[in-house]
Write a new protein. Structure first.
Lengths: 177, 177
């Protein structure tokens, strides 16, 4: 998958699962505070609270994978977001399969629709905002469906499922598509 | 509206309209690369390409309003994203009403569902990433519906409409809601 093409999946704002690896230990966390920052290099910004076990694992290893889960995984998404990786192996607890990534030591979550392998590209916003700037080093996604049903978080335990698509390419200037 | 409560509308990832004011001139741009960064203070991070007229207006005035449009405004959203404010008064062209904000000189777009008034809180990421860190200084939204239909951009002229809600609050630890 083209690295600039991750915006198709990330820009609509789905909840993602972030997998990490440090000192022989895998972890997963649920994340909703992220955005695309650039096409080339392919950059993603994301806030992960420093109280999270994943924060330290990503900060120390300098790597992670952003996995896009589909709506059928909702209960897994909620479970992962409400469990600490300090005490629990979340891959085992939620029956998820860690797969080998191409460019980072963090595992991909095989059950997810897409996997964006990332390295930490800029740490300047960590101390004040817990905000990582990640560069995508490899991206792959399922071939079908082209637009999977994703889940988006509204707070207070309420999620929104992605709905129908509406195409308006004829109303765009070509350079803006 | 509680400033920390903007996540209900912003975290799901909708396309937003950013309005700005500088030297007697209003402008609007369409933006999809944004994320919530903190509850208190209420922070939003967003990337606005420096080629956009709005970039200079927000950088110089230090202020803007993030407006949440609803799905019935799709053609306006597309039009605004494909027109430069250097030559066109977008409020006039798209029949939008500039309203007075409470805390900034930038206008709110009255036709939008919600308005988050913002001041630029941190410029450190501008030079390298065109990334603004904004602090929300005032927020208001329509009382009904509680969850408006929003549009989310996938690239290539394709939008996704927000779909049905799914509630799982009973599966959350109270501190995670």
């Amino acid at each position: 998958m083209d690295l600039a093409g991750i915006r198709r999946l990330l820009e609509p704002g789905p909840i993602v699962l972030v997998s990490s690896h440090w000192q022989n230990h895998h972890n997963i966390s649920t994340m909703g505070w992220h955005c695309v920052m650039e096409f080339t290099p392919s950059l993603i910004g994301c806030m992960i609270t420093s109280a999270n076990h994943s924060y330290n694992m990503i900060e120390k290893s300098g790597e992670c994978v952003i996995n896009i889960p589909t709506a059928d995984m909702l209960d897994t998404i909620v479970g992962i977001g409400n469990t600490s990786g300090k005490r629990v192996n979340k891959f085992k607890k939620y029956g998820l399969t860690p797969g080998e990534a191409q460019t980072v030591s963090a595992p991909v979550i095989e059950e997810c629709y897409a996997h964006f392998e990332c390295r930490v590209a800029d740490r300047r916003m960590l101390a004040k905002y817990n905000f990582f700037i990640l560069e995508v080093t490899h991206a792959r996604c399922a071939l079908w469906p082209r637009f999977p049903k994703t889940v988006h978080y509204r707070g207070e335990g309420i999620f929104m499922e992605s709905g129908r698509n509406i195409a308006r390419p004829e109303k765009f200037r070509p350079q803006n598509l």
